[in-house]
Design a protein around this ligand. Structure first.
Ligand SMILES: Cc1cc2nc3c(=O)[nH]c(=O)nc-3n(C[C@H](O)[C@H](O)[C@H](O)COP(=O)(O)O)c2cc1C
Length: 196
């Protein structure tokens, strides 16, 4: 079954590295027959949070926000590619996600973290788990942790070296876990209207 998966990435840095992991994951899910789409917070370019999407009168949200709300509502699953700034979340990705709330409900989310060192963004993964749960997503237990990212993925997102081999070994189980929960949530939404 092909799933519509939004892949979120949120670094605004000129020399950003996490785009390699986002590219790898989009490609990985596409090869499995899914329909992934990269949502690059920098490209979407939402302003710093003023009004949440739901706080705009109907039809008056900025077009980029309206379009993203539509995509989030239509998605079967979400994948968050999270880097770590000072043990915390990257502000660009956090700012994007905070614009929405009900739009996220009743779907699973997976987290793939990375960093320049061997910690692989594990602390950002921990931080995002609670945030995504609070926003109504079911966060799957499988995670990917990638680091050092420069020694794992090349500029085009191709796996390199031993780190790349380890990522290739880890990806199928991670993707299977997300697929299982995606199909479970899809079937339940079809069977029973979400309560709110
Ligand atoms: C402001 C800032 C804070 C950082 N803090 C951490 C950190 O706490 N832990 C870590 O492993 N790497 C940290 N790093 C290194 C990042 O892992 C590395 O720069 C990574 O490439 C950032 O993701 P990006 O290139 O997609 O922006 C930090 C980098 C920046 C720019």
């Amino acid at each position: 079954m092909s799933n519509n998966i939004l892949v979120f990435y949120g670094s605004y840095r000129s020399d950003r590295m996490g785009i390699r992991l986002a590219t790898y994951l989009v490609e990985g899910f596409r090869k499995r027959g899914d329909a992934p789409e990269l949502i690059d917070a920098k490209a979407v370019g939402l302003p710093m949070l003023d009004r949440m999407y739901k706080e705009y009168p109907k039809g008056e949200a900025p077009p980029a926000m309206e379009e993203l709300a539509r995509k989030i509502r239509a998605a079967d699953a979400f994948l968050f590619v999270t880097g770590e700034y000072n043990w915390g979340a990257q502000p660009g990705l956090k700012n994007l996600t905070d614009h929405f709330l009900e739009e996220w409900y009743w779907r699973p989310a997976a987290i793939a973290s990375y960093s320049s060192g061997r910690i692989s963004g594990a602390r950002s993964s921990f931080v995002w788990h609670g945030t995504l749960s609070e926003m109504g997503m079911v966060v799957i237990s499988s995670t990917l942790t990638v680091g050092p990212i420069a020694e794992t993925l090349g500029p085009d997102g191709s796996p390199i070296g031993n780190g790349g081999k380890a990522l290739e070994r880890a990806f199928p189980r991670f993707a299977d876990d997300l697929a299982w929960w995606t199909e479970a949530a899809k079937a339940q939404r079809a069977r029973k209207e979400p309560p709110y």
